[in-house]
Design a binder for this molecule. Structure first.
Ligand code: SF4
Length: 395
């Protein structure tokens, strides 16, 4: 997925660890545990796949196991339904344990609590989860403030049950369904809060299943997900019936260059967006996390120009934009500095203001004046460069 804040991913893993930047050269066949760039997009190849007994009992679990094995992963059949021994324990090399978790793919059954849906304002009426964790290495990743436990990517074997469970929520939305501007979208379901689902689609097939599920669901509903990957090949011919909006998470060139790792490049994401738009999907931009880096107007202008170029010549593109500024919490800062001790990401509380939530917590956001300046600039620039684009929100 996903990038920062509203409606997407990462957190709570406090081991010291260094990012493993993935190879992208197509002529080099990558080792397991890194990503492979192919015609199908950038594909993550985990070093090992773990499966619990209850996940192995389900057909979708065994299908994912076979896929991971075909990508070269070593198979580990667990004896317990709990993922054990993936974190650092006393005396263990924390760095090693952390890297081991990040290069592993686990197939489990989703926790019952996750099947009780929660709203995810301002993105969607409901969030649901087909997986948890992401193989990429973005130094600002919001999962750092929202998940706990070792950073192993877990995919859920009970996918049919998860999808069927969505039916009970149709017509019950309180976020986009209550918005005059967005109620036409129907009840909205966001699938990228805890993961980047396209980044693991070659292993899970979860998006293919979900897009088909929403396409055949005779109700005003919409599936939404956001991604920093580009492996859309298998999604292009699906019967989506316009009920899935895929957003590509993009950023200024220097932000992507300095702080993203293991993802598809912004240019590759825009090519994938063009392919999805040509296949008739509603598409979108998640511009996140927005940062006022030096020369930010020029950098974000270039980004918007690249988007316009990517979509040129396609009639009737349904394009939206979601604008999310950079933010962090004391907890996410601690985790991110543990993961990326040499990061140059601006995590200085002195340049921020506190934004409180209804649960008593807070995050550090940019102060009011720079926020207002950036917001006005983005709304103006998008209206000028992408006149048909609907901006859904700024946060
Ligand atoms: S792509 Fe980057 S920001 Fe998105 S979930 Fe993965 S690591 Fe986090």
């Amino acid at each position: 997925m996903a990038s920062g804040g509203a409606g997407s991913v990462h957190a709570g893993w406090s081991f010291s660890w260094r990012m493993e930047v993935c190879a992208t050269e197509e002529e080099v066949r990558p080792a397991a545990g890194v990503a492979e760039a192919t015609a199908e997009g950038k594909l993550w190849r985990p070093r090992r796949v773990l499966i619990t007994p209850e996940a192995y009992a389900l057909e979708h679990g065994r299908v994912m196991l076979a896929r991971a094995e075909s990508f070269g992963a070593e198979v580990v059949r667990l004896k317990s339904n709990r993922l054990m021994g993936l974190g650092a324990s006393a005396g263990e090399d924390e760095r090693k344990a952390y890297a081991l978790a990040k290069t592993s793919f686990a197939i489990v059954v989703s926790p019952p609590g996750q099947r009780k849906l929660q709203p995810i304002p301002p993105s969607a009426d409901w969030q649901f989860h087909v997986a948890q964790g992401c193989p990429a290495h973005c130094q600002y990743c919001y999962l750092a403030g929202s998940l706990s436990g070792p950073p192993i990517t877990r995919a859920y074997a009970n996918l049919p049950e998860i999808l069927e469970g969505l039916r009970a929520y149709a017509g019950l939305g309180g976020v986009t369904s209550k918005s005059l501007e967005r109620m036409g979208e129907g009840t909205t379901f966001e699938a990228s809060c805890y993961t980047d689902p396209l980044g693991i689609e070659h292993l899970t097939g979860a998006l293919e299943a979900a897009i088909g599920f929403f396409g055949s669901w005779e109700a005003p509903v919409q599936l939404r997900f956001t991604t920093k990957f580009d492996g859309v090949g298998r999604l292009l011919a699906l019967e989506h019936r316009g009920r899935t909006r895929v957003r590509f998470s993009v950023n200024a060139a220097s932000v992507a260059r300095n702080f993203e790792g293991g993802t598809a490049s912004v240019q590759q994401r825009l090519r994938a967006m063009r392919a999805m738009a040509m296949a008739g999907y509603p598409v979108g931009l998640t511009i996140a996390p927005i940062m006022p880096v030096e020369g930010w107007q020029a950098e974000y202008s270039a980004l918007l120009g690249a988007v316009a170029e990517a979509l040129a010549g396609i009639d009737g593109v349904d394009l939206t934009a979601e604008l999310i500024t950079h933010r962090f919490t004391p907890g996410s800062k601690e985790v991110l500095l543990g993961w990326y001790p040499k990061t140059t990401l601006d995590l200085d509380e002195g340049g921020r203001t506190q934004k409180r939530n209804k649960f008593g917590g807070f995050k550090y956001v940019y102060p009011k004046d720079p926020m207002a300046t950036m917001k006005a600039w983005f709304y103006g620039a998008i209206a000028e460069v992408l006149p048909s684009c609907r901006v859904l929100y700024w946060t």
